[in-house]
Design a protein around this ligand. Structure first.
Ligand code: BES
Ligand code: MN
Ligand code: ZN
Length: 489
């Protein structure tokens, strides 16, 4: 879909979107359109239940005296409550609604000053479809909107803003593409190759293969990889958009391209979902694309640990003891608690090599976070109140919300091992917290660190305003905003 901006004027062809506030009061340009159509809109409103409430819409097929095909009036609710998030959601809602009519070209009469870019962003976010494997679908079957033209008074500012916002959406799409791919196509090596394409945008890429990881002593990550014929990789992405001397902000992602559970194998039902167990790494990759795409003025390093967790005769066993890169030893009680084993070595690596000013890691880490928070919030854990606040605030600004859960020394007893420094599971109680408490042991020097458990938010089983069902890309917009608001000059 091509999105353009133009001056606020009545369109002369195609389908038109206009708006009304609560009470079915038409916005000024909708009034002008109504006049041009001889009062057809007001007449249609009078004979309907349309009240201009947010979520309501009213469709009018254009009368013969105008060249338009149809007009759809959308309610925006109370104008004073129509904010950035509402504008994004409206953009998404209008887009799906328009696609369902079969119209290919849309003009939007957008009177809500200052929000046209957000409307466009929502429209673009919603207009995503992962359909590369649908070979029998004809061109006509494909729901597509070719062009969206947004007419707004502040169209010049909106266009400028959107040039940057679009780059972030492209980052979200990169994440959604990676997360949507099945695990026979996206495995550690192919993931690594996909990410290497970011070099074109000026991202420096370093790839650690199995041999190098062995040399570095990443026994925890390598233990997970042992059961798979697919070779593990760690990919380091650097975006140097800030001052040379500034320590980078680090993002670390869990990239388990498929999680069978290993020898502690998962039940068959629903196991296919575990192709999205690389969601954290997907977000870090999409975020790097977004930051590089919009040329963020910040130094950022992204590290992803890529492995496949399989059962086989070479797989690690419950009871095995592995030595992490930090030197700490771990008793692997359950091979299905593999994410923390991958992350701990990535966390040590990024601290030893890049000495970042802070670290945010993302992982589809625990089923328990779904039980705790449902699908409405990601779990946030942090050793630092300021960092925690920055992430929470950024989440609210982009409607990718997080909810902080506690850490605490009391939870340490749950991961105490009789044979090693710790074990990799802490029992059923507080499963997401003990996982985070495990990760915290790999953070040195009280470095500000936050962990986002995105197990419940990386994938959606239903359509949302700006997110079609499937891979959400949750975290890319959140962390892009977090960087923009706090770490750019
Ligand atoms: N990848 C899973 C967590 C997960 C579950 C993500 C559902 C998305 C949806 C993780 O590796 C895992 O298996 N965790 C176990 C931990 C347990 C063995 C302590 C879990 O949550 O059951
Ligand atoms: Mn697992
Ligand atoms: Zn997993």
């Amino acid at each position: 879909m091509k999105i353009t901006f133009s001056d606020l004027a009545l369109p002369t062809s195609g389908a038109v979107i206009a708006f009304a506030t609560e009470g079915a009061d038409l916005m000024p340009s909708a009034v002008a359109l109504d006049e041009a159509m001889g009062g057809t809109i007001t007449k249609a409103i009078k004979s309907s239940t349309f009240k201009g409430k947010s979520g309501q819409s009213l469709q009018i097929l254009a009368p013969a005296n105008v060249d338009l095909s149809r007009v759809i009036v959308f309610g925006i609710g109370k104008e004073a409550e129509f904010d950035v998030i509402a504008a994004q959601k409206l953009g998404g809602t209008v887009t799906t609604r328009a696609i369902s009519t079969g119209e290919k070209d849309l003009s939007v009469l957008f009177d809500m000053d200052g929000l046209a870019c957000d409307f466009a962003t929502g429209a673009m976010l919603r207009d995503y479809r992962f359909d590369k494997y649908r070979t029998t679908e004809t061109k006509d079957d494909k729901p597509v909107l070719k062009a969206l033209s947004i007419a707004a008074r502040d169209h010049k500012d909106a266009k400028k803003q959107f040039d940057s916002a679009k780059k972030v959406v492209e980052g979200v799409f990169f994440t959604r593409d990676l997360v949507s791919e099945p695990a026979n196509v996206l495995y550690p090596e192919s993931f690594m190759k996909e990410v290497s394409a970011l070099e074109k945008l000026g991202v420096e890429i370093d790839v650690l293969d199995e041999k190098e990881m062995k040399k570095l002593g990443m026994g925890a990550l390598l233990g997970v990889a042992m059961g798979s014929a697919q070779k593990p990789y760690m990919v380091v992405m650097r975006w140097n958009g800030g001052k040379k001397k500034d320590a980078p902000v680090a993002f670390v992602g869990k990239g388990v391209t498929f999680d069978t559970g290993g020898i502690s194998i998962k039940p068959a039902a629903g196991m296919e979902d575990m192709k999205f167990d690389m969601g954290g790494a997907g977000v870090v990759s999409g975020l790097m694309k977004a930051l590089a795409g919009r040329k963020a003025k910040c130094n950022v390093v992204g590290v992803i640990g890529l492995v496949e967790n399989m059962p086989s005769s070479t797989a690690q066993r419950p009871g095995d003891v592995v030595t992490s890169m930090s030197g700490q030893t771990i008793e692997v009680i359950n091979t299905d608690a593999e994410g923390r084993l991958v992350l701990c070595d990535a966390l040590t690596y990024v601290q030893e090599k890049h000495d970042p000013r802070l670290i945010v890691d993302l992982a589809t880490l625990t089923g328990a976070v779904i039980i705790a928070l449902g699908h409405e919030n990601a779990g946030l854990f942090s050793n630092n109140d300021d960092l925690s606040q920055q992430i929470t605030t950024a989440g609210l600004s982009v409607d990718e919300t997080v909810w902080r859960l506690p850490l605490g020394a009391g939870y340490d007893k749950q991961i105490k091992s009789d044979i090693a420094d710790m074990k990799n599971v802490g029992g059923r109680a507080a499963g997401s917290i003990t996982a985070a408490q495990f990760l915290k042991r790999f953070i040195t020097k009280d470095r500000p660190w936050a962990h986002l458990d995105i197990a419940a938010t990386a994938w959606s089983t239903s359509d949302k305003e700006v997110t079609p069902k499937g891979a959400t890309g949750f975290g890319v917009r959140l962390l892009d905003r977090f960087v923009a608001d706090n770490y750019e000059a």
